[in-house]
Ligand binder design. Structure first.
Ligand SMILES: Cc1cc2nc3c(=O)[nH]c(=O)nc-3n(C[C@H](O)[C@H](O)[C@H](O)COP(=O)(O)OP(=O)(O)OC[C@H]3O[C@@H](n4cnc5c(N)ncnc54)[C@H](O)[C@@H]3O)c2cc1C
Length: 419
């Protein structure tokens, strides 16, 4: 278990434990109910904090993609816990709701509960069960934003509801701390578009078969990003304002950036059709920990399709004195889809520690572990595998390598999915 996950589960468990001395004088059901609600509340506060993308979380979880995946797991746990809280109705005998504030807090809790269940289910369920209907990302995003407001409502509920413990109890202080953390984080995430973004202007757009490649220069302070990291990009143009994550496929000393974007859905298709030289961008980043310098002395880089983007940035920055030996395989369905070939080929000719192979599946057949191992100067069993591409390709290659006794020492991969 990653350090970050351990910390989060522990903080939630502490809330549940603190609830025991605070309410055990009531009865067992009430105690369980408040253990569940206290742990859920801490989980909600932490989830808000994670949404603010503080950089140190990437170290605790191993990258922003993993932060988001864990954020989702917290959402699922919170949903289960609030259902427990709801169905094990707490029984505060003798604690009548005396003031108007208590009444208001009780109603806030009720409405927050129903809305939370709906929003959490919407957030967790990507595809409507038994159908192929996918909940559109923008709908998901807007409904997800409301969860922050609901958290404020829940914080109000937990602070002002008539509780079977004193406001000075350790549990009260603990929950108030997470209320403050969650509310401040939510306020901060609403300001993020102004606080952490950098202004850019597009000076080149190339529409290749496999991707739209755009190049942009900074209008003020440039983005700070390491090769292999990604950023959130939005174009300040009608229909293209929604921020989407894309790997920074190239960044130079002057802050000039390049993105290679595959038209896979509504936004990326609209971007391909609508983006033009002179358009303004807002960029936020860099995020992620996909950088070969963290890896071992022998590495195999495997890119599948548009998963080539982090490798493009990393290969362009190789100088030959890394003390690492790297063999790269770029797997494409068809040669015409390949991007950045000149960069890879030039670096392979220039540097002694980097070799490059293009695997064109239409001509060479499906890439499998045996072909990968046979075509590599580096023994996979002695190397790290750095992968970006379709998860099915990664799973097949890793399993195949293990089957032929050449399982890599470590597998590092970037996920192109947050949800
Ligand atoms: C860390 C990371 C790096 C990426 N790097 C690249 C890259 O270099 N080149 C590239 O072509 N693609 C990259 N992607 C994928 C790219 O972000 C999605 O293909 C794109 O956002 C899809 O949007 P769409 O509306 O065109 O497609 P849709 O069909 O609407 O969405 C397809 C899927 O993409 C995800 N998605 C959609 N909108 C968003 C959004 N605003 N924010 C986050 N995810 C969203 C959802 O899971 C959705 O189910 C990267 C993704 C991540 C997470």
């Amino acid at each position: 278990m990653r350090m970050g996950a351990f910390l989060v589960w522990s903080l939630m468990a502490i809330a549940a434990l603190l609830a025991v001395p605070a309410v055990s004088h009531t009865n067992a059901l009430t105690t369980f109910s408040l253990m569940a609600s206290s742990a859920a509340f801490v989980g909600m506060g932490i989830a808000q904090f994670m949404a603010a993308r503080p950089p140190f979380l990437e170290t605790l979880f191993g990258g922003l993609d993993r932060v988001y995946h864990f954020h989702r797991r917290i959402g699922i746990s919170v949903l289960i816990l609030i259902l427990i809280h709801y169905f094990l109705k707490p029984d505060f005998k003798g604690l009548a709701l005396t003031s108007g504030l208590n009444q208001l807090a009780a109603s806030a809790g009720k409405y927050a509960f129903y809305s939370f269940v709906v929003l959490l289910v919407l957030s967790i369920v990507k595809i409507v069960p038994r159908t192929k209907i996918e909940i559109p990302y923008h709908l998901w995003r807007y409904t997800h934003r409301l969860i922050g407001l609901l958290f404020v409502l829940v914080a109000f509920h937990q602070m002002f509801i008539k509780r079977p413990y004193d406001g000075t109890a350790l549990l009260a202080a603990y929950l108030n701390a997470f209320a403050a953390l969650g509310i401040l984080s939510y306020a901060y995430t609403q300001l993020l578009p102004w606080l952490r973004t950098r202004g850019y202007e597009i000076f080149d757009v190339a529409r290749h078969d496999g991707a739209t490649v755009i190049a942009a220069r900074p209008l003020g302070r440039p983005l700070r990003a390491k090769p292999g990291q990604f950023g959130f990009l939005r174009v300040l143009k009608s229909g293209l304002r929604e921020p989407h994550p894309f790997t920074i496929a190239g960044i130079d000393a002057n802050g000039i950036v390049r993105f290679a974007i595959k038209p896979l859905g509504d936004y990326t298709q609209a971007l391909r059709e609508g983006v033009a030289v002179g358009d303004r961008l807002k960029l936020e980043g860099g995020y992620g920990r996909f950088n070969h310098r963290r890896g071992g002395k022998k590495q195999i880089w495997l890119a599948g399709g548009i998963g080539v983007t982090p490798f493009l940035a990393m290969a362009a920055h190789l100088t030959g004195d890394e003390g690492q030996e790297i063999h790269m395989v770029y797997c494409v369905r068809d040669r015409r889809e390949a991007i950045g070939l000149e960069t890879f080929q030039k670096q392979a000719e220039r540097l002694g520690n980097f070799s490059f192979v293009l695997h064109d599946s239409s001509a060479d057949g499906r890439l499998d572990a045996t072909k990968l191992a046979a075509g590599s100067a580096i023994d996979p069993a002695e190397a790290d595998l750095w992968f970006c591409g379709p998860p099915a390709l990664r799973e097949a290659i890793v399993k195949g390598l293990k089957d032929i006794g050449k399982g890599p020492r470590r597998v590092e991969f970037e996920q192109f999915q947050f949800r």
